[in-house]
Design a protein around this ligand. Structure first.
Ligand code: IDP
Length: 143
């Protein structure tokens, strides 16, 4: 299995609930290593650019407004099968459909405010990592 990197956001609702550490613990317990991390308060331009693929969706305005409503934690996670593993830890987009024990089942209130983001494929992971981090901010933790 290949060592992979994925991009993750702890969204404003989960930051406000003060569960950053609890969520990091889930990542680490599942064998994912944090290789870059920072707290940012997204500008409208940053949020719109990040979610550009959803520009035509009816929920786009609400999504951008939510994502800029408070600070988020952005991080790069590394491990075997990191993209799929993080999606599994997160649970379904709609917390009402998320399996018990997933982050969204435990920390999200609704599909609009669903606690975490995680890349859905290695290609989007590479794009999303580069959107927030320069190459020299990514640490080597393989040794
Ligand atoms: P994902 O975050 O599980 O990958 P996406 O389909 O990529 O889900 O959607 C991105 C984000 O847009 C979701 O996490 C959620 O916050 C929001 N979203 C998606 N679908 C809906 C919807 O039907 N209503 C409101 N918000 C939605």
């Amino acid at each position: 299995m290949a060592l992979e990197r994925t991009f993750s956001i702890i969204k404003p609702d989960a930051v406000a609930k003060n569960v950053i550490g609890a969520i990091y613990n889930r990542f680490e317990s599942a064998g994912l290593r944090i290789v870059a991390s920072k707290m940012v308060h997204l500008s409208q331009e940053q949020a719109e650019g990040f979610y550009a693929e959803h520009k035509e969706r009816p929920f786009f305005g609400a999504l951008v407004s939510f994502m800029t409503s408070g600070p988020v934690m952005v991080q790069v996670l590394e491990g075997e099968n990191a993209v799929a593993k993080n999606r599994e830890i997160m649970g379904a987009t709609n917390p009402a459909e998320a399996l018990a024990g997933t982050l969204r089942a435990d920390y999200a209130e609704s599909i609009d405010e669903n606690a975490v983001h995680g890349s859905d494929a290695p290609e989007s992971a590479a794009r999303e990592i580069a959107y927030f981090f320069s190459a020299d901010e990514l640490c080597d933790r393989t040794r």
